[in-house]
Design a protein around this ligand. Structure first.
Ligand code: PLP
Length: 449
Protein backbone atom coordinates (compact mmCIF):
# COMPACT_ATOMS: atom_id res chain seq x y z
CA UNK A 1 0.00 0.00 0.00
CA UNK A 2 1.57 3.30 -1.07
CA UNK A 3 1.39 6.31 1.23
CA UNK A 4 -0.57 9.36 0.20
CA UNK A 5 2.60 11.19 -0.89
CA UNK A 6 3.85 8.13 -2.80
CA UNK A 7 0.51 7.81 -4.61
CA UNK A 8 0.63 11.48 -5.60
CA UNK A 9 4.17 10.95 -6.89
CA UNK A 10 3.16 7.97 -9.02
CA UNK A 11 0.25 9.94 -10.44
CA UNK A 12 2.23 13.04 -11.36
CA UNK A 13 6.03 12.73 -11.54
CA UNK A 14 7.88 11.28 -14.54
CA UNK A 15 11.12 10.07 -12.99
CA UNK A 16 14.51 10.24 -14.69
CA UNK A 17 16.53 6.99 -14.78
CA UNK A 18 13.77 4.88 -13.28
CA UNK A 19 12.08 1.69 -14.40
CA UNK A 20 8.75 3.37 -15.01
CA UNK A 21 6.92 0.08 -15.03
CA UNK A 22 8.03 -1.14 -11.58
CA UNK A 23 7.85 2.39 -10.17
CA UNK A 24 4.08 2.26 -10.54
CA UNK A 25 3.99 -0.67 -8.10
CA UNK A 26 6.74 0.17 -5.62
CA UNK A 27 6.52 3.98 -5.61
CA UNK A 28 9.24 6.41 -4.55
CA UNK A 29 11.58 6.71 -1.59
CA UNK A 30 10.60 10.19 -0.43
CA UNK A 31 13.39 11.97 1.43
CA UNK A 32 12.60 14.89 3.64
CA UNK A 33 15.77 16.22 5.25
CA UNK A 34 19.46 15.63 5.68
CA UNK A 35 22.18 16.11 8.26
CA UNK A 36 25.88 15.38 7.86
CA UNK A 37 26.13 12.20 5.76
CA UNK A 38 22.58 11.11 6.66
CA UNK A 39 19.28 11.66 4.90
CA UNK A 40 15.87 10.96 6.46
CA UNK A 41 12.71 9.72 4.79
CA UNK A 42 9.18 10.91 5.55
CA UNK A 43 8.86 8.25 8.29
CA UNK A 44 11.96 9.72 9.96
CA UNK A 45 14.15 6.71 9.06
CA UNK A 46 17.85 7.64 8.66
CA UNK A 47 20.09 6.41 5.85
CA UNK A 48 23.80 6.89 5.27
CA UNK A 49 23.84 8.62 1.87
CA UNK A 50 26.51 6.32 0.45
CA UNK A 51 26.15 7.88 -3.01
CA UNK A 52 26.35 11.59 -2.06
CA UNK A 53 22.99 11.90 -3.81
CA UNK A 54 24.25 11.39 -7.36
CA UNK A 55 28.02 11.51 -6.67
CA UNK A 56 27.72 15.17 -5.74
CA UNK A 57 26.95 16.25 -2.15
CA UNK A 58 30.60 16.26 -1.13
CA UNK A 59 30.05 18.45 1.94
CA UNK A 60 27.03 16.50 3.19
CA UNK A 61 23.57 17.74 3.92
CA UNK A 62 23.47 20.44 6.56
CA UNK A 63 26.19 22.89 5.67
CA UNK A 64 24.93 26.20 7.05
CA UNK A 65 27.66 28.21 5.32
CA UNK A 66 26.53 27.05 1.86
CA UNK A 67 22.94 27.88 2.74
CA UNK A 68 23.95 31.34 3.94
CA UNK A 69 26.04 31.97 0.80
CA UNK A 70 22.95 31.23 -1.31
CA UNK A 71 20.66 33.31 0.90
CA UNK A 72 22.96 36.31 0.88
CA UNK A 73 23.38 36.25 -2.92
CA UNK A 74 19.64 35.74 -3.43
CA UNK A 75 18.92 38.76 -1.24
CA UNK A 76 21.55 40.91 -2.98
CA UNK A 77 21.07 39.97 -6.65
CA UNK A 78 19.18 36.73 -7.29
CA UNK A 79 19.79 36.82 -11.01
CA UNK A 80 21.73 38.46 -13.70
CA UNK A 81 23.35 36.79 -16.69
CA UNK A 82 26.60 36.67 -18.59
CA UNK A 83 25.13 37.31 -22.08
CA UNK A 84 26.16 40.33 -24.16
CA UNK A 85 29.14 40.99 -21.91
CA UNK A 86 27.15 41.49 -18.73
CA UNK A 87 28.76 40.07 -15.59
CA UNK A 88 28.56 39.68 -11.81
CA UNK A 89 31.14 39.55 -9.05
CA UNK A 90 30.60 35.94 -7.86
CA UNK A 91 30.99 34.77 -11.48
CA UNK A 92 34.21 36.73 -11.96
CA UNK A 93 35.67 35.58 -8.65
CA UNK A 94 34.70 31.97 -9.31
CA UNK A 95 36.29 31.99 -12.77
CA UNK A 96 39.49 33.41 -11.23
CA UNK A 97 39.46 30.73 -8.52
CA UNK A 98 38.84 27.90 -10.99
CA UNK A 99 41.59 29.18 -13.29
CA UNK A 100 44.00 28.82 -10.36
CA UNK A 101 42.77 25.34 -9.50
CA UNK A 102 42.62 23.83 -12.99
CA UNK A 103 45.40 21.30 -13.59
CA UNK A 104 45.34 22.17 -17.31
CA UNK A 105 46.35 25.37 -19.13
CA UNK A 106 43.30 27.57 -18.72
CA UNK A 107 42.59 30.98 -20.12
CA UNK A 108 38.83 31.24 -19.48
CA UNK A 109 36.01 29.34 -17.79
CA UNK A 110 32.70 28.76 -19.55
CA UNK A 111 29.84 28.06 -17.13
CA UNK A 112 26.90 25.71 -17.61
CA UNK A 113 24.21 24.45 -15.25
CA UNK A 114 24.93 20.72 -15.57
CA UNK A 115 27.45 18.10 -16.59
CA UNK A 116 25.49 17.22 -19.73
CA UNK A 117 25.58 20.82 -20.88
CA UNK A 118 29.29 21.00 -20.11
CA UNK A 119 29.96 18.00 -22.34
CA UNK A 120 27.66 19.24 -25.10
CA UNK A 121 29.62 22.48 -24.92
CA UNK A 122 32.86 20.51 -25.34
CA UNK A 123 31.54 18.90 -28.52
CA UNK A 124 30.30 22.17 -29.98
CA UNK A 125 33.53 23.98 -29.11
CA UNK A 126 35.57 21.19 -30.71
CA UNK A 127 33.59 21.47 -33.93
CA UNK A 128 33.61 25.27 -33.91
CA UNK A 129 37.35 25.37 -33.20
CA UNK A 130 38.19 23.00 -36.02
CA UNK A 131 36.03 25.01 -38.39
CA UNK A 132 37.86 28.16 -37.29
CA UNK A 133 41.14 26.43 -38.11
CA UNK A 134 39.80 25.33 -41.49
CA UNK A 135 39.85 21.64 -40.45
CA UNK A 136 36.29 21.09 -41.58
CA UNK A 137 36.50 17.29 -41.69
CA UNK A 138 38.07 16.87 -38.26
CA UNK A 139 34.82 16.39 -36.31
CA UNK A 140 34.49 12.82 -35.02
CA UNK A 141 34.41 12.24 -31.30
CA UNK A 142 35.71 9.04 -29.71
CA UNK A 143 34.29 8.01 -26.35
CA UNK A 144 34.26 4.67 -24.54
CA UNK A 145 31.81 1.87 -23.93
CA UNK A 146 30.46 2.24 -20.37
CA UNK A 147 31.50 5.90 -20.33
CA UNK A 148 28.92 8.31 -18.96
CA UNK A 149 28.79 11.88 -20.17
CA UNK A 150 25.13 12.86 -19.77
CA UNK A 151 21.82 12.79 -21.59
CA UNK A 152 21.59 15.76 -23.94
CA UNK A 153 21.87 14.73 -27.57
CA UNK A 154 25.63 15.09 -27.99
CA UNK A 155 26.55 14.01 -24.46
CA UNK A 156 24.24 10.98 -24.70
CA UNK A 157 25.92 10.16 -28.02
CA UNK A 158 29.24 10.05 -26.15
CA UNK A 159 27.78 8.02 -23.28
CA UNK A 160 28.47 4.34 -23.90
CA UNK A 161 25.53 2.70 -22.15
CA UNK A 162 22.74 0.74 -23.84
CA UNK A 163 19.87 2.49 -22.04
CA UNK A 164 21.04 5.84 -23.41
CA UNK A 165 21.02 4.65 -27.01
CA UNK A 166 18.36 1.94 -27.44
CA UNK A 167 15.32 3.47 -29.16
CA UNK A 168 16.67 7.00 -28.66
CA UNK A 169 18.10 6.98 -32.21
CA UNK A 170 21.55 7.58 -30.71
CA UNK A 171 24.47 7.84 -30.96
CA UNK A 172 24.46 10.47 -33.69
CA UNK A 173 26.72 9.76 -36.66
CA UNK A 174 30.30 10.80 -35.96
CA UNK A 175 30.37 9.51 -32.37
CA UNK A 176 32.46 6.35 -31.89
CA UNK A 177 33.12 4.12 -28.89
CA UNK A 178 36.25 2.17 -28.04
CA UNK A 179 36.51 -0.42 -25.27
CA UNK A 180 36.03 0.46 -21.62
CA UNK A 181 39.20 0.32 -19.55
CA UNK A 182 38.05 -2.42 -17.18
CA UNK A 183 40.78 -4.90 -16.35
CA UNK A 184 38.51 -7.34 -14.47
CA UNK A 185 36.20 -7.78 -17.48
CA UNK A 186 38.34 -6.79 -20.44
CA UNK A 187 41.81 -8.24 -19.82
CA UNK A 188 42.93 -11.58 -21.23
CA UNK A 189 43.74 -14.24 -18.63
CA UNK A 190 47.12 -13.37 -17.10
CA UNK A 191 47.37 -10.02 -18.91
CA UNK A 192 49.03 -7.37 -16.72
CA UNK A 193 47.40 -3.97 -16.23
CA UNK A 194 50.20 -2.33 -18.24
CA UNK A 195 49.86 -4.82 -21.12
CA UNK A 196 46.10 -4.33 -21.12
CA UNK A 197 46.56 -0.54 -21.21
CA UNK A 198 48.91 -0.90 -24.18
CA UNK A 199 46.32 -3.06 -25.96
CA UNK A 200 43.62 -0.44 -25.35
CA UNK A 201 45.91 2.28 -26.71
CA UNK A 202 46.53 0.13 -29.80
CA UNK A 203 42.77 -0.25 -30.26
CA UNK A 204 42.38 3.53 -30.05
CA UNK A 205 45.13 4.02 -32.61
CA UNK A 206 43.58 1.48 -34.98
CA UNK A 207 40.24 3.28 -34.66
CA UNK A 208 41.81 6.66 -35.46
CA UNK A 209 43.69 5.21 -38.44
CA UNK A 210 40.61 3.39 -39.73
CA UNK A 211 38.49 6.55 -39.54
CA UNK A 212 41.30 8.77 -40.83
CA UNK A 213 43.22 11.01 -38.39
CA UNK A 214 42.06 14.12 -40.25
CA UNK A 215 38.44 13.21 -39.33
CA UNK A 216 38.96 12.56 -35.60
CA UNK A 217 38.68 15.65 -33.40
CA UNK A 218 38.50 14.57 -29.77
CA UNK A 219 38.57 11.76 -27.24
CA UNK A 220 36.59 12.02 -24.01
CA UNK A 221 37.06 9.98 -20.84
CA UNK A 222 36.21 10.11 -17.17
CA UNK A 223 39.29 9.59 -14.98
CA UNK A 224 37.29 6.96 -13.05
CA UNK A 225 34.18 5.72 -14.83
CA UNK A 226 31.14 6.54 -12.72
CA UNK A 227 27.72 5.48 -13.94
CA UNK A 228 29.31 2.78 -16.13
CA UNK A 229 30.34 0.90 -13.01
CA UNK A 230 32.69 2.92 -10.74
CA UNK A 231 35.68 1.51 -12.61
CA UNK A 232 39.31 2.57 -12.06
CA UNK A 233 41.48 2.39 -15.21
CA UNK A 234 44.41 -0.04 -15.32
CA UNK A 235 47.93 1.18 -14.51
CA UNK A 236 49.50 3.12 -17.36
CA UNK A 237 46.21 3.70 -19.14
CA UNK A 238 46.24 7.46 -19.55
CA UNK A 239 49.91 7.72 -20.50
CA UNK A 240 49.40 5.07 -23.20
CA UNK A 241 46.24 6.72 -24.50
CA UNK A 242 47.73 10.22 -24.48
CA UNK A 243 50.68 9.17 -26.59
CA UNK A 244 48.24 8.11 -29.32
CA UNK A 245 46.12 11.26 -29.05
CA UNK A 246 49.16 13.51 -29.31
CA UNK A 247 50.38 11.66 -32.41
CA UNK A 248 47.17 12.44 -34.33
CA UNK A 249 46.33 15.87 -32.85
CA UNK A 250 43.21 14.56 -31.17
CA UNK A 251 41.97 16.77 -28.36
CA UNK A 252 41.66 15.04 -24.96
CA UNK A 253 38.68 16.05 -22.86
CA UNK A 254 38.56 14.81 -19.27
CA UNK A 255 35.04 14.50 -17.93
CA UNK A 256 35.67 15.36 -14.28
CA UNK A 257 31.99 15.78 -13.42
CA UNK A 258 32.34 13.11 -10.70
CA UNK A 259 36.08 13.11 -10.05
CA UNK A 260 36.52 16.89 -9.81
CA UNK A 261 36.74 18.59 -6.41
CA UNK A 262 38.27 15.92 -4.26
CA UNK A 263 36.68 12.58 -4.99
CA UNK A 264 40.02 10.82 -5.59
CA UNK A 265 41.80 12.72 -2.80
CA UNK A 266 43.14 15.33 -5.27
CA UNK A 267 41.38 18.42 -6.62
CA UNK A 268 40.89 16.70 -9.96
CA UNK A 269 40.94 13.02 -10.86
CA UNK A 270 43.36 13.71 -13.71
CA UNK A 271 46.00 14.62 -11.12
CA UNK A 272 45.56 11.32 -9.27
CA UNK A 273 45.75 9.23 -12.44
CA UNK A 274 48.43 11.01 -14.44
CA UNK A 275 46.04 12.28 -17.11
CA UNK A 276 46.97 15.50 -18.92
CA UNK A 277 43.82 16.59 -20.75
CA UNK A 278 43.42 19.64 -22.97
CA UNK A 279 40.17 20.58 -21.28
CA UNK A 280 38.12 19.60 -18.26
CA UNK A 281 34.34 19.34 -17.82
CA UNK A 282 33.17 19.80 -14.26
CA UNK A 283 29.91 20.13 -12.25
CA UNK A 284 28.45 18.30 -9.22
CA UNK A 285 30.82 18.81 -6.24
CA UNK A 286 31.75 22.29 -7.47
CA UNK A 287 28.81 23.48 -5.36
CA UNK A 288 28.53 20.28 -3.32
CA UNK A 289 25.23 20.10 -5.28
CA UNK A 290 23.57 22.83 -3.20
CA UNK A 291 22.99 24.63 -6.50
CA UNK A 292 23.27 23.37 -10.11
CA UNK A 293 26.48 24.57 -11.77
CA UNK A 294 29.00 23.15 -14.22
CA UNK A 295 31.46 24.32 -16.80
CA UNK A 296 34.48 23.72 -18.99
CA UNK A 297 38.03 25.05 -19.04
CA UNK A 298 39.09 26.91 -22.18
CA UNK A 299 42.76 27.12 -23.18
CA UNK A 300 44.32 30.18 -24.79
CA UNK A 301 44.53 28.92 -28.41
CA UNK A 302 40.87 27.89 -28.27
CA UNK A 303 39.89 31.24 -26.77
CA UNK A 304 41.78 33.16 -29.46
CA UNK A 305 40.03 31.11 -32.15
CA UNK A 306 36.66 31.93 -30.55
CA UNK A 307 37.51 35.64 -30.60
CA UNK A 308 38.40 35.30 -34.28
CA UNK A 309 35.04 33.65 -34.95
CA UNK A 310 33.24 36.54 -33.24
CA UNK A 311 35.04 38.96 -35.53
CA UNK A 312 33.74 36.92 -38.46
CA UNK A 313 30.26 35.89 -37.26
CA UNK A 314 29.39 38.76 -34.92
CA UNK A 315 28.94 36.88 -31.64
CA UNK A 316 29.82 33.72 -29.75
CA UNK A 317 26.51 31.96 -30.35
CA UNK A 318 26.39 29.63 -27.35
CA UNK A 319 25.17 29.80 -23.74
CA UNK A 320 22.06 29.29 -21.64
CA UNK A 321 20.05 31.61 -19.42
CA UNK A 322 21.53 30.08 -16.29
CA UNK A 323 25.16 29.78 -17.49
CA UNK A 324 27.01 30.99 -14.39
CA UNK A 325 23.92 31.71 -12.27
CA UNK A 326 25.07 34.16 -9.58
CA UNK A 327 23.54 32.24 -6.67
CA UNK A 328 25.20 29.02 -7.86
CA UNK A 329 28.50 30.87 -8.32
CA UNK A 330 28.30 32.27 -4.77
CA UNK A 331 27.67 28.77 -3.41
CA UNK A 332 30.58 27.34 -5.45
CA UNK A 333 32.91 30.01 -4.07
CA UNK A 334 31.88 29.11 -0.54
CA UNK A 335 32.26 25.37 -1.24
CA UNK A 336 35.81 25.92 -2.55
CA UNK A 337 36.61 28.09 0.47
CA UNK A 338 35.47 25.22 2.72
CA UNK A 339 37.38 22.58 0.71
CA UNK A 340 40.53 24.66 1.24
CA UNK A 341 40.01 25.89 4.80
CA UNK A 342 38.83 22.57 6.26
CA UNK A 343 41.34 20.46 4.28
CA UNK A 344 38.41 18.44 2.90
CA UNK A 345 40.41 17.06 -0.02
CA UNK A 346 43.44 16.16 2.09
CA UNK A 347 40.96 14.61 4.53
CA UNK A 348 39.49 12.48 1.73
CA UNK A 349 43.01 11.29 0.86
CA UNK A 350 43.66 10.45 4.52
CA UNK A 351 40.43 8.45 4.85
CA UNK A 352 40.88 6.66 1.52
CA UNK A 353 43.04 3.76 2.85
CA UNK A 354 40.38 2.81 5.42
CA UNK A 355 37.60 3.16 2.82
CA UNK A 356 39.47 1.09 0.24
CA UNK A 357 40.47 -1.55 2.83
CA UNK A 358 36.85 -2.04 3.87
CA UNK A 359 35.74 -2.12 0.21
CA UNK A 360 38.44 -4.60 -0.86
CA UNK A 361 37.52 -6.87 2.04
CA UNK A 362 34.12 -7.39 0.37
CA UNK A 363 35.94 -9.15 -2.48
CA UNK A 364 36.06 -12.11 -0.08
CA UNK A 365 32.25 -12.34 -0.17
CA UNK A 366 31.06 -15.26 -2.28
CA UNK A 367 28.84 -12.98 -4.42
CA UNK A 368 31.54 -10.41 -5.19
CA UNK A 369 33.74 -10.84 -8.26
CA UNK A 370 35.58 -7.54 -8.02
CA UNK A 371 35.69 -4.81 -5.38
CA UNK A 372 37.93 -1.81 -5.85
CA UNK A 373 38.22 1.91 -6.19
CA UNK A 374 40.38 4.92 -5.44
CA UNK A 375 39.95 7.80 -3.00
CA UNK A 376 36.39 7.80 -1.70
CA UNK A 377 34.80 6.06 -4.67
CA UNK A 378 34.41 2.36 -5.20
CA UNK A 379 32.50 -0.26 -7.10
CA UNK A 380 31.83 -3.91 -6.65
CA UNK A 381 30.56 -6.45 -9.13
CA UNK A 382 28.15 -9.20 -8.16
CA UNK A 383 28.71 -12.50 -9.97
CA UNK A 384 26.98 -15.86 -9.97
CA UNK A 385 30.34 -17.69 -10.15
CA UNK A 386 33.55 -16.10 -8.96
CA UNK A 387 35.85 -18.56 -10.72
CA UNK A 388 34.35 -18.08 -14.18
CA UNK A 389 33.06 -14.49 -13.58
CA UNK A 390 29.70 -15.73 -14.86
CA UNK A 391 26.95 -13.17 -14.32
CA UNK A 392 23.41 -13.67 -13.08
CA UNK A 393 20.56 -13.71 -15.56
CA UNK A 394 19.84 -9.97 -16.00
CA UNK A 395 16.17 -10.66 -15.17
CA UNK A 396 17.18 -11.37 -11.54
CA UNK A 397 18.27 -7.73 -11.12
CA UNK A 398 20.74 -8.89 -8.52
CA UNK A 399 22.48 -5.52 -7.98
CA UNK A 400 19.12 -3.78 -7.60
CA UNK A 401 18.13 -6.39 -5.02
CA UNK A 402 21.35 -5.80 -3.09
CA UNK A 403 20.71 -2.05 -3.15
CA UNK A 404 17.15 -2.59 -1.88
CA UNK A 405 18.50 -4.72 0.99
CA UNK A 406 21.06 -1.98 1.72
CA UNK A 407 18.21 0.51 1.92
CA UNK A 408 16.55 -1.77 4.46
CA UNK A 409 19.82 -1.64 6.43
CA UNK A 410 19.82 2.17 6.39
CA UNK A 411 22.28 2.69 3.54
CA UNK A 412 21.84 4.27 0.12
CA UNK A 413 24.12 2.89 -2.60
CA UNK A 414 23.50 2.63 -6.33
CA UNK A 415 22.97 -0.29 -8.70
CA UNK A 416 24.62 0.17 -12.08
CA UNK A 417 24.58 -1.75 -15.35
CA UNK A 418 26.60 -4.98 -15.32
CA UNK A 419 25.48 -6.00 -11.81
CA UNK A 420 27.70 -3.38 -10.22
CA UNK A 421 27.09 -1.49 -7.01
CA UNK A 422 28.66 1.94 -6.54
CA UNK A 423 29.69 3.62 -3.29
CA UNK A 424 30.57 7.32 -3.24
CA UNK A 425 29.85 8.94 0.16
CA UNK A 426 30.19 12.62 1.06
CA UNK A 427 33.86 13.56 1.49
CA UNK A 428 33.09 14.66 5.06
CA UNK A 429 32.28 11.08 6.10
CA UNK A 430 33.88 10.20 9.46
CA UNK A 431 35.91 7.00 10.02
CA UNK A 432 33.18 5.41 12.18
CA UNK A 433 30.63 6.23 9.47
CA UNK A 434 32.84 4.52 6.86
CA UNK A 435 32.77 1.42 9.08
CA UNK A 436 29.00 1.65 9.48
CA UNK A 437 28.59 2.02 5.71
CA UNK A 438 30.56 -1.13 4.92
CA UNK A 439 28.99 -3.11 7.80
CA UNK A 440 25.59 -2.34 6.30
CA UNK A 441 26.73 -3.13 2.75
CA UNK A 442 28.15 -6.47 3.95
CA UNK A 443 24.82 -7.35 5.58
CA UNK A 444 22.98 -6.36 2.39
CA UNK A 445 25.23 -8.71 0.39
CA UNK A 446 24.52 -11.51 2.88
CA UNK A 447 20.82 -11.02 2.38
CA UNK A 448 21.21 -10.93 -1.43
CA UNK A 449 22.80 -14.37 -1.40
N1 PLP B 1 29.55 13.31 -16.77
C1 PLP B 1 29.66 12.46 -15.76
C2 PLP B 1 30.97 11.77 -15.52
C3 PLP B 1 28.58 12.22 -14.92
O1 PLP B 1 28.67 11.34 -13.92
C4 PLP B 1 27.36 12.89 -15.16
C5 PLP B 1 26.20 12.67 -14.29
O2 PLP B 1 26.16 11.77 -13.48
C6 PLP B 1 27.30 13.77 -16.25
C7 PLP B 1 28.42 13.96 -17.02
C8 PLP B 1 26.04 14.48 -16.55
O3 PLP B 1 25.81 15.46 -15.61
P1 PLP B 1 24.33 16.03 -15.38
O4 PLP B 1 23.51 14.90 -14.86
O5 PLP B 1 24.54 17.14 -14.40
O6 PLP B 1 23.85 16.54 -16.69
Amino acid sequence: MLSNLATRDVETVLHPYTNLSTHRQIGPLVLERGEGVHVYDTEGRPYIEGMSGLWCTALGYSNAELVEAARAQMARLPFTHLFSGRSHDPGIELAETLKELMPVPTSKIFFTSSGSEANDTQVKLTWYYNNALGRRNKKKIIARQKGYHGVTVASASMTGLAANHADWDLPLPGFLHVSAAHHYRGAEPGESEEAYSARLAAELEETILREGPDTVAAFIAEPVMGAGGAIVPPRGYFSAIQAVLAKYEVRFIADEVICGFGRLGTWFGSEALGARPDSISFAKALTSAYMPLGGVSIDEPLYEALVGQSEKIGTFGHGTTYSGHPVAAAVALKAIEIYRRDRIIEGAAEKAPQFQRRLSALAGHDLVGEAGGIGLIGGLEIVADKATKRQYDPKTGVAARCVAFAQGEGLIVRALAGDRVAVCPPLIIAPDEIDALFDRLGRALDRTR
